[in-house]
Write a protein that binds this ligand. Sequence first.
Ligand code: MG
Length: 382
Amino acid sequence: MKRVSILGSTGSIGRSTLEVIRKYPDRFEVVALSTGRNIELLLEQIKEFRPRAVAVSDHEKAEILRTHISDVRVLSGLDGLLSVASLEEADFVVSAISGSAGLLPTLQAIRTGKTVGLANKETLVMAGEIVKRELKLYNSRLIPIDSEHSAIFQCLEGRDPSTVRRLILTASGGPFRELSAEQMNNIDVTDALNHPTWNMGRKITIDSATLMNKGLEVIEAHFLFDFSPDAIEVIIHPQSIVHSLVEFIDGSILAQLSVPDMKGPIAYALSYPERLENILQECSLAEIGTLIFERPDIHRFPCLGYAYEALRLGGTAPTVLNAANEMAVDAFLKGIIPFVKIPVIIEEILHAHTPQSINTLEDVLEADRWARRKFNEIVEVR
Ligand code: MG
């Protein structure tokens, strides 16, 4: 029986994780859950899965939840989240909080030697060096839940890394793949939240529309699998059937295919190295007929280029890229800046930054704060 804690259980990945666990009650036990503010859904999850502890980031919401239950420990704030991430009873922690808020709890899970199913790519983008160091130090392990990285993980399984030439990440291209640069001036929030193949949270859906999500995934792949930026390629594949590929030195390519459903990578991470039966709907290749691939257009989607640039710069550059992007996406969702300004502001902040080497977590947090201050300066001036 694997004992599982889910950080971010009311979000898209958290709910899909519980769907998998619901099918296999003899294999998994939920020991802890967490949410930011959604205590209504958390209460339903508590009633069904009977965890030992839950964390609610919002203190007031935590207080309200306490009036509804008495037999489950309700923790609150960042401290509560860190307690849930390191709960002694858990073997496996699903890190599914969106954005930079996932960094500290994920590190906490690593520091207590848990196996971490990683859906929060920002942790590796912000602090990849620190994560790699601490995984070794605390004898912890990361298993990717991001669909592309799960695909690569599955294709690499048991193979000698020196036989690999390239990792090839697929990208759906988002809802604006076919828009001209001019048409992109008129994108509103509703258009941007309407993803063609994946049903996800708001932040990652906007990141998919700018292709920053793919850029962050290139950085994530670098830290997960130890390949240089030159050995990580991105290809547009609008159908989201091929989830990523690995090219070997002899020119042979292996790919992982399935219908686009996050339950696939979640179940694989939870059960690894085994596979669970009947997780995904059948992927009928005959019905799909043709698989389409094309090169990404870096001129219309410059965020992808900035992510490569930040990775090559190294040190705090990816941390700054991530913070700038998070601020820009939030400002777009609030109607403060237009869609096309997202890459413009990210570029300005990235180029104003002098990358520093990352030795401690404080170096990461300082770079993150610097980028957020810079964003506020730029957007206030405008
Ligand atoms: Mg992904």
